[in-house]
Each structure stands twice: as C-alpha cells, then as structure tokens.
Ligand binder design. Structure first.
Ligand code: MF3
Ligand code: CO
Ligand code: CO
Length: 307
C-alpha cells in the first residue's frame, strides 16, 4: 500500500481530510541561526576527512575482522552513551544548539571525535531533526516547543571506527498521533533488526520495515538509507528501508551496518533546504527515525549501539 495522500480521509477517525488533520498540523520548522564551530582537543584522533579536508572513499571489507568488531563494539557503546546523555536533556525551551553543546562535551569526555563535525562541510556534532525534518537537521537557536518531536543522531569516531545511532524524543505533551508515529517507527527498527541473520538477503530488512509501516498507513522514506560502517562513516552496503528486489546480498557473520528507518505520517517525498542538509517532508507532515549499528553474528544479530 502507498502512503496516505492529502485528500484521503485521515486514518485517525476525525472525519477530516488528511491534509486538514495530520498532514499540516502546525507551523513548519524554520531555519534558525547556527552558532560558531566548537573545537575538539588535539589529543583526540580525527577521521581522515577532517585531517585532510576531503572525503576519499576507499575499499573496505563488508565483513569485518575480529579486531575491527571489538573496536566497533566500543564505538557503538560510546555512541549510545552520548545519545542517552543528550536524550535526558530534551525538554521544552531547550535549543537544539544547547543539545549539540551537551553532546559535543560527551563525545570528548569519552575520548571520541564527533563524526558529523566537518563531514562534507557539516557544521555541528549532532543532527537534530524536529517534526517534519526527516534527517540532517542542523542544531540552531530554535527552542524546542511543547508538543514537538525531535530526533537526535549521534555518530562517534573512536579507536579508528565509527558508531552511529539515533532516537526520536517527545518534547513535553505530544499528541496521540505523533506518539503513535514515534512508537511505530521504533517498532519498524525492531522489525528490521529481527530480520537480520546469516543466509537471508539484505532486502528482508526493508521488507519487514515496510510491511509494519504500511500496516499503520505510514510512509517509508526511500532517498535516505542505512549503510555499511566501520573505519569509514558511510560505506557498502546500502540498506534500503523498503523492499528493494535488487538488494540480494546474502548476510554473513561479521557484517556491520546501520538500520535507520525514517517513517512519515504523510507522503515520504522530501525536499532539502538551501542549507544543503536539512531534509523535510514535502507535505510538511511529521516524520520520525530510529537507528542502530548492528553486527551479523553466527546465530543472528547483535546491536552494537546499546549502553
Ligand atoms: N548520522 C547520519 C546517518 O545516520 C549521517 C549524518 S551526516 C552529517 O547516516 F554530516 F549530517 F552528520
Ligand atoms: Co547512519
Ligand atoms: Co546516524
């Protein structure tokens, strides 16, 4: 089934058209002002793209060595700690830049570098994506408002490898439909993870996610996908969150990648702001995301980004 369209009746039973109900529930998020760059002590090792100022992709095995897996476990746990620290500070009135400052200090305390900072020119240490922002929202001076939802995305570079995780948080009293969107999105991540085991094709993940989202009449973003991760932030394979017939790679123990579904109340079509980063739903309807970095094991799957 496709995502609900603007002129369809809203699923919530209000009797209104979707666009008059949950399609456009409020004022859209507007661009705020971004604070100056934050520094990282020289003692903390930087990824290549920071040291050299350019991103050079190089071949990296999809199946990681035992040593790399050990390092990725540490990086994954550290990413989860940063996310937990920032998540406890989410509240009405707190700006996303204040969240960035808290996250930035935590990365450093853990001895890691904030992977987003200077990645392809990205200016901050977290992504903070509010309401209709799908992903890659840049922390700024906008205070969170009661009723918002905000995704915080953390990636740490520690011990020469990256760990990548995100979660969507409720700000104060959030309406029931948004709460349902957030809950179903977390369930979609769970369904994707539950599909992971050796011998199954990669597209089993997207199939499971899409089935669950569509059962709730929510949309699945197609433009942004999960990714291999390791010594590089984004590497092979791509991990679609929808059923992709061509994604036939057979999962094997030692593979590490992210699963990070972005689920929408309305259309999954997106537009990117002229800051070159902030991706929003074209219809202005809310969207949520959850992300984990996972390892394929002999018996199934390990989630690396847990505290
Ligand atoms: N952490 C995001 C992901 O899940 C990527 C952010 S790229 C940045 O892949 F430059 F915006 F940080
Ligand atoms: Co990711
Ligand atoms: Co991420």
């Amino acid at each position: 089934m496709n995502a609900i369209r603007s002129n369809d009746a809203c699923w919530c039973g209000s009797g209104r058209k979707f666009k008059r109900c949950h399609g456009a529930p409020e004022a859209r998020v507007r661009k705020g002002s971004v604070s100056p760059p934050r520094g990282v002590p020289e003692s903390i090792a930087r990824p290549d793209y920071v040291r050299t100022g350019t991103l050079v992709r190089r071949p990296e095995p999809i199946v990681k060595s035992p040593d790399t897996i050990e390092r990725m476990r540490r990086a994954g746990r550290a990413a989860a700690e940063v996310l937990e620290t920032v998540g406890t500070k989410v509240a009405p009135g707190v700006t996303t830049d204040e969240l960035d400052a808290i996250g930035h200090e935590k990365y450093i305390e853990l001895g890691g570098y904030p992977s987003p900072l200077s990645y392809r020119g990205y200016p901050k240490s977290l992504c903070t994506s509010v309401n209709e922002v799908i992903c890659h929202g840049i922390p700024d001076d906008r205070p969170l408002a009661n009723g918002d939802i905000v995704n915080v995305d953390v990636t740490i570079f520690l011990d020469g490898v990256h760990g990548d995780t995100n979660a969507t948080f409720l700000v104060g009293d959030v309406d029931a439909t948004s709460r349902r969107l957030v809950r179903v999105t977390e369930e979609c991540l769970g369904a994707g993870i539950a599909a992971v085991r050796p011998g199954v094709p990669l597209n089993a993940i997207g199939r499971a996610i899409e089935t669950h989202a569509h059962a709730h009449r929510f949309g699945v973003v197609r433009t942004f996908v999960g990714h291999g991760i390791g010594e590089q932030f984004h590497t092979e394979p791509s991990v679609p969150h929808y059923f992709e017939p061509r994604a036939t790679l057979i999962l094997e123990p030692g593979m590490v990648f992210t699963i990070e579904p972005m689920i929408t109340m309305g259309s999954p079509r997106e537009q990117v702001w002229d800051d070159g980063w902030t991706a929003v739903t074209s219809d202005g309807a809310r969207t949520a995301q959850f992300e984990h970095t996972v390892l394929v094991t002999e018996s199934g799957v390990d989630v690396l980004t847990r505290v």
